[in-house]
Design a protein. Structure first.
Length: 554
């Protein structure tokens, strides 16, 4: 980093705060942040918009929702006791099990009494004089905190496309990312699903056998491959427990936060017959192994990628009975992993159910939503229920909707008008004492592994500030510019194309900027080591002139 020495100032005048740390969001990252900050002795309050714990895993409770990273690699690894006492029944746990787990963690570590639910943030204003944040919520509460940690997640603002008449539909509408907690009665209903991303392709096979008729509206076919879920057998449970430390070590050293072993051969090192045999092994491998353990050039060499795509296309043709439906389900506009690939259970098979049909929106686009159903170029189909599986305002969606105002009233949405600018995917210049773990520029793989790294760093930083009597921390513009430049430059090497929502492409008007961490975990670890080793020289740190009373823990 080419940042100046830290500025040590007598700056802000310290006012009493309600809490040292205000965490926003009770998802996987926010829960862990609450735990770590409490453990470090800070008074902490966590505010959550939802009515319960889980974040993404609270809201996305649609039928079929489940992990596609292995349960034990997605879960918390900070406590061996927690790991040993919780048995995941399946390699890829389903949503109710995940929600149970997160509630268990909250209760086991006595975190619930520091949480308030149904509290949507309406504004978060930084006061330069006192170096504190004042945060207002939809239920009329106001909290002042020294540090604001927005663990608001990347997939937390459901996106509805602008389709004429959407509000005029006379039946029931649900977004997969805002699925009701009360059961939705799908039995015997005529249901439409719009969207075939990871959510759509999970919900479709899950409800196909239950509804009277299911019509899938697909604009872009996806390269779906099997999740290959399975129960975790007693012997495997015992092995997982015995190998806990080694597994954690491997995950901590891995680039993307997975356990899958890398392959050592490139695609055209093998004959076609050997290649197809290897692809068969990949097809039968669990989840992301198809990316992580596949041929080494899969994501780099277009010809290699095309071979794997041809193998998948053959599979689709062999599974789907109707050749015309199979043709529509085979992507023709992007390579494998150019968009985030979904992993499925019974997805292609669902189209062999006579009650399931596919509408190709390239051939017959949606004209409007009518009171009775969906009108496409070839007429109206009538429905009782429409499921919008149309994705999210990824990465920045929640942060720019919270009314965050930094130094001099600077609005975060204005600071990021051309795309997010961050340091470590955690800090942004002009917003002292604000941290946003698990936000833009944070992860590029198994999210909790990255976000946990960020939470650990933030907690260490809070302790560093406290130990030295600093009250405010703000990243230097040069450090922010350098990290953002690294992200943007590295984005060119990412397998994801600019049409991916990882570039904001799904939301009209959103800047086309890379929203993941193109440096991966190694870059994050190196930059954090640099921050610590250089005594936080990438930051401006200030001390209060007046000391206030230490608040009692909330
Ligand atoms: O959202 P998406 P998602 N008319 O943006 C279509 C995670 N996740 O909720 O491709 C018609 O991927 C859009 O079509 P197109 C995971 O990270 C994980 O499915 O833009 N269709 C697309 O098909 C995932 O990547 C799991 O042409 C329209 C779909 O809506 C992320 O969440 C499970 C449209 C949106 O797909 C988001 O997945 C689920 C329109 N106007 C999700 N606008 C796990 O397994 C959009 N679409 C862990």
């Amino acid at each position: 980093m080419t940042s100046p020495e830290p500025v040590h100032e007598q700056g802000s005048s310290r006012l009493a705060t309600d809490v040292d740390v205000l965490v926003v969001g009770a998802g996987i990252t926010g829960i862990y942040q609450l735990h770590r900050a409490r453990e470090a002795g800070f008074s902490v309050l966590l505010l959550e918009a939802g009515g319960g714990v889980g974040g993404t895993w609270f809201w996305n409770r649609y039928p079929g929702a489940r992990f596609d990273s292995e349960s034990y690699t997605y879960a918390y690894l900070f406590s061996k006791e927690l790991f040993e006492e919780w048995e995941w029944p399946e390699h890829f746990a389903q949503q109710p099990e995940i929600e149970r787990y997160l509630n268990h963690v909250v209760d086991r570590f006595d975190l619930r009494r520091h949480m308030q639910f149904d509290a949507t943030i309406t504004s978060a204003i930084y006061d330069e004089l006192s170096g504190t944040w004042t945060v207002a919520t939809s239920n009329g509460a106001e909290v002042r905190a020294r540090f604001l940690i927005a663990a608001t997640g990347v997939l937390s603002v459901p996106w509805f496309p602008h389709v004429p008449g959407r509000d005029e539909f006379g039946g029931a509408s649900y977004h997969t990312g805002m699925w009701p907690a009360t059961p939705v009665d799908l039995a015997g209903k005529r249901v439409a699903v719009i969207g075939t991303g990871s959510s759509g392709v999970q919900v479709i096979p899950a409800i196909a056998g239950e509804v009277a008729a299911l019509t899938v509206y697909q604009r872009t076919a996806n390269w779906c491959t099997p999740l290959n879920n399975a129960p975790i057998l007693p012997g495997e449970q015992a092995r997982l427990r015995a190998d806990f430390e080694a597994m954690r070590e491997r995950l901590n050293r891995s680039m993307h936060g997975f356990l899958h072993r890398r392959h050592d051969r490139a695609t055209f090192d093998d004959s076609r017959a050997d290649r197809w045999a290897f692809f068969e092994t990949m097809w039968n491998s669990p989840g992301f192994a198809k990316l992580n353990s596949n041929y080494t050039d899969l994501l780099l060499d277009h010809a290699a990628n095309a071979e794997w795509c041809e193998f998948i296309a053959e599979k689709i043709r062999s599974i789907v009975d109707d050749p015309e439906t199979a043709r529509k389900l085979i992507p023709n506009d992007h390579r494998f992993a150019e968009k985030r690939p979904p992993f499925v259970t019974g997805y292609y098979e669902a189209y062999n159910n006579p009650d399931v049909s596919l509408v190709d929106l390239v051939e017959t686009p949606i004209v409007r939503i009518a009171a009775s159903g969906i009108e496409t170029a070839d007429g109206v189909r009538e429905f009782d229920i429409v499921v919008w599986a149309t994705g999210f305002d990824f990465g920045t969606g929640a942060l720019v909707r919270m009314g965050i105002r930094g130094r001099g009233g600077l609005a975060l949405e204005d600071h990021w008008a051309d795309g997010p600018t961050t340091f470590l995917g955690i800090h942004s210049t002009g917003f002292p004492n604000l941290f946003f773990p698990g936000g833009p520029h944070a992860a590029a793989g198994n999210n909790p592994r990255y976000n946990g790294d960020q939470v650990d760093y933030i907690t260490d930083t809070l302790v560093y500030l406290r130990d030295r009597g600093y009250d405010t921390i703000e990243v230097d513009p040069a450090a922010e510019a350098e990290w953002t430049e690294m992200i943007d430059t590295g984005a060119a090497l990412s397998p994801f194309g600019e049409r991916s929502y990882f570039f904001g492409a799904n939301v009209p008007g959103k800047p086309r900027k890379y929203l993941l961490n193109s440096g991966g975990r190694p870059k994050l670890f190196a930059a954090i080591a640099d921050v610590v080793g250089s005594d936080y020289k990438a930051f401006r740190l200030t001390r209060s002139s007046v000391s206030g009373p230490t608040p009692s823990p909330v």
